[in-house]
Design a protein around this ligand. Structure first.
Ligand SMILES: [Zn+2]
Length: 208
């Protein structure tokens, strides 16, 4: 059977790390892992980058080889915070075209994170991607069909956390508004992902 080639959109957070580990462990797909440095006025890019570097080094040492690349979107001059899923769709299209044989795009979206209104996010994201991808197909570039896959979609946060070895779990970065200290970055403790993390720690009876 021919090996599938999957583009993994990777943020360095808990959900996307669980997704990456699942794909590395449970599939034989050829993986291209891509991280977007999302620079905005929340200032999370450097903290995320540090997490990405250390987690990917760990994965290289413990699992199997994969191709890695990154790109940056700098919106630090804007007052508004751009919507992540739109940026991910935009970059996924460019990177899919740059990945020979790419027929799948994996994202770490969780059903539990999405309320009824936001549930349409996955549909909207594929729509943005589809419109862009058509422009490339018109030039005969890319594979005819690209599927979006959601390897951790059905999992709860504690299930996600349990998928990861404690040492990897500790390396993930979720906070959207990191506080810079002389010793490095510290979580703000109040943004939504920070609060979710505190709930998981309580559920698993552990701190990370
Ligand atoms: Zn936070």
């Amino acid at each position: 059977m021919q090996r599938l080639t999957t583009l993994v959109m990777y943020s360095g957070g808990l959900d996307s790390t669980a997704m990456l580990v699942r794909l590395l462990r449970e599939t034989t797909d050829e993986l291209r892992v891509h991280h977007i440095r999302m620079v905005n006025r929340e200032g999370r890019a450097d903290a995320e980058q540090a997490a990405v570097d250390s987690i990917l080094a760990w994965c290289h040492g413990h699992y199997r080889p994969f191709r890695y690349s990154e790109s940056g979107l700098d919106f630090s001059a804007l007052q508004a915070i751009p919507i992540d899923y739109v940026s991910v769709a935009f970059v996924a299209c460019q990177v899919a075209i740059d990945t020979p044989g790419c027929t799948r795009i994996a994202v770490g979206t969780l059903a539990r994170d999405l309320d009824e209104i936001k549930r349409s996010v996955t549909v909207a994201q594929r729509k943005v991607f589809g419109a862009m991808y058509e422009c490339y197909r018109a030039r005969k570039l890319g594979e005819p069909v690209v599927d979006w896959i959601y390897p951790v979609y059905a999992l709860t946060k504690p299930q996600i956390a349990s998928l990861l070895e404690p040492e990897v779990r500790r390396l993930t970065w979720s906070c959207r508004r990191p506080v810079q200290t002389p010793a490095g970055f510290r979580e703000c403790g109040t943004c939504k992902p920070c609060r979710a993390r505190a709930d998981i720690s309580a559920a698993l009876n552990t701190t990370f």
